[in-house]
Ligand binder design. Structure first.
Ligand SMILES: [Zn+2]
Length: 195
């Protein structure tokens, strides 16, 4: 009986420790932000893009980071609001879907400062003014249909300044996961720390 009680205390302690570790800083960032912020900005996607509706839903997910989640004093800087534009010249995030071949990725975010692109495959090493998000529709390793929304949300998270973090939408293996399928509080806190 005594032994069982000790075990229970141990289990509770472990769970509590995990929660504490999780609440500290459960996100990772590139350390750089989108110049001009994330409020009242524009995203571009061609109407013929086969994942148009998925991309629209992904942007809508990020747009939920609004005053519902933040204190009034943070309202003007951390509210996320991306509007659709059909003009690629006036957007800050451009989405493309194509068969990019056997690249090893489902989604890739490229960072630009003006006309110069930061090296692909990692985050920006300085401020950036716009991003290009590529979704790979290759048939060599097709993603399950229901994970494309998570992949699109994940890539936009990169564009907003988040790096990989396990257990959130920014999990590097999000394409193979069934959860999370949308933003977690970690992702929201990450954006709030940046803007
Ligand atoms: Zn990623």
């Amino acid at each position: 009986m005594m032994k069982k009680r000790i075990s229970s205390v141990f289990i509770v302690t472990v769970i509590f420790s995990l929660l504490m570790a999780n609440s500290a800083s459960a996100y990772a960032t590139w350390g750089f932000t989108l110049t001009g912020g994330v409020k009242d900005r524009y995203y571009y996607v061609d109407p013929s893009n086969p994942k148009f509706s998925t991309i629209t839903s992904a942007v809508a997910a990020w747009n939920t980071i609004d005053p519902v989640y933040i204190s009034p004093s943070q309202f003007s800087s951390t509210d996320v609001a991306f509007y659709y534009t059909s003009s690629v010249l006036s957007s800050q995030i451009d989405f493309y879907t194509s068969d990019y071949g056997t690249t090893g990725w489902y989604g890739l975010t490229l960072f630009y400062n003006g006309t110069s692109m930061y090296p692909a495959g990692s985050g920006p090493t300085g401020p950036y003014t716009w991003c290009k998000i590529q979704l790979n529709s290759t048939s060599s390793y097709p993603a399950p249909t229901n994970t494309w929304l998570a992949i699109a949300i994940h890539e936009m998270g990169h564009a907003l300044g988040l790096a990989h973090f396990s257990g959130s939408i920014m999990d590097a293996g999000i394409a193979g996961l069934t959860t999370p399928s949308g933003l977690t509080s970690d992702d929201i806190n990450g954006i709030r720390s940046l803007y």
